[in-house]
Design a protein around this ligand. Sequence first.
Ligand code: HBI
Ligand code: FE
Length: 285
Amino acid sequence: MTETISPPPGSRPDWTIDQDWARYSDAEHRTWTRLYERQSALLPGRACDAFLRGLDALDLHQGGIPQFARLNEQLGKLTGWSVVAVPGLVPDEVFFDHLAHRRFPAGRFIRDPHQLDYLEEPDIFHDVFGHVPMLTDPVFANYMQAYGEGGLRALGLDQLHNLARLYWYTVEFGLLATPAGPRLYGAGIVSSSAETVFALEDPSPNRLGFDLLRIMRTPYRIDDFQQTYFVVSSLDDLLEATLRDFAAIYQCLRGSSDIAIESVLGSDRVFTSGTQAYARSRVAQ
Ligand code: HBI
Ligand code: FE
């Protein structure tokens, strides 16, 4: 077991801190409002209904950066989830333990105004605007708690890398099939203006049917748009996949190799077989 690193000074043993909402500057509130208005104008017709319903149900736009105390009253009534402030990325076992107890760890800081489009570490806009609206959906709320419980088990089995891929291709970059075509639910997409359009409309990436084993064999990009997106048939399917016996899944994975990130397999359910033109253009630079 990796040695447990201690939380930074001023954090509690579970790595949480106070939001200290009164300390946010007007400039920080303006950054939130600018990001909120840009994204909420882009998402109708692109984000899935569950996300849009969640955005409506929560009061994330009055008066700049949301106050977690008020947000948690609304969110708690809907699905029993709450948002807790953390200084930044927290160790895996801390992260999974919070999820397993229906607490979503959200960065307290917000990005600089000149850095609206990309940041290495999740800030409060990525976490609260990106992740929290889906936590108002009862099925997705159950999925996220099941994911946290699975994460704690995976740590014990040294299988975190497989579970990280599941998180990445669903919670962060997942698409949901609808009669009108795929729609967004992944937080990393819905909180990014460029990827919101790219993930649904660009001919470059693959869009393939969700398959748990397939996803766990597929690496992902952490530094650029995804080359493959996975489309779940329903949030129920996503939850059902996570309630399976993962030990058997890890057993299947032991002998299997990774699938190249841009590949489309004969066994894939193909929504889009991408050109990968964008990824190639990035290599050329
Ligand atoms: N910590 N605050 C925070 N937010 C995350 O999304 C996060 C984390 N620690 C670990 C982690 N994610 C990953 O291990 C999971 O995405 C698998
Ligand atoms: Fe995230």
